[in-house]
Design a protein. Structure first.
Length: 164
């Protein structure tokens, strides 16, 4: 099973890229880590630079997902992308959720942690969506406060991604 195919649109002329180009491209390319490919990744060790996970899929204290993540982490860098901190929300950051993310990050030691600039919860209700934030001074101040809180606990910078 091939997990990686380099699209022909990467080069403009009719000559395919050199193997050095493909190797360099793949070393900088990451793909999403999906459960369907755990064993294939371990068996074939594809030429890929890193895998990205959604933090919320790996916050349990055990189970198959963490088992495979730990094994794959021995061979590849893992970047972590969060979708549930609700950085743009009016409610305070859910500290229990942030603590679980912190535990995952301390174990995985990703080169990058990112989160969406969106809101997805209100009070105790999780909306399971990435909703846009208002562009005003009050929201900016709250977002900055939330990012400071996250970075202080994680002891690292967080990359902020706009909602899709």
């Amino acid at each position: 099973m091939s997990l990686i195919q380099v699209p022909s649109t990467l080069w403009q002329n009719e000559n395919p890229p050199s193997s050095r180009f493909v190797e360099r491209f793949l070393s900088l390319t990451g793909i999403s880590l999906k459960p369907a490919y755990y064993q294939a990744i371990l068996d074939t060790r594809p030429s890929v630079g890193f895998f990205e996970i959604h933090a919320e899929n790996y916050l349990s204290k055990g189970g198959p997902a963490l088992h495979y993540l730990r094994q794959i982490r021995e061979h590849y860098p893992i970047t972590v992308h969060g979708v549930g901190l609700s950085i743009g929300g009016e409610s305070p950051i859910n500290t229990a959720h942030l603590e679980r993310i912190s535990h995952l990050i301390n174990e995985i030691e990703p080169p990058v942690f990112s989160e969406h600039l969106a809101w997805s919860s209100h009070d105790n209700t999780f909306l399971n969506d990435l909703l846009p934030v208002a562009y005003d001074e009050l929201t900016l101040a709250r977002v900055c406060e939330h990012i400071d809180q996250i970075q202080s606990l994680l002891k690292r910078r967080v990359l902020i991604e706009n909602p899709s």
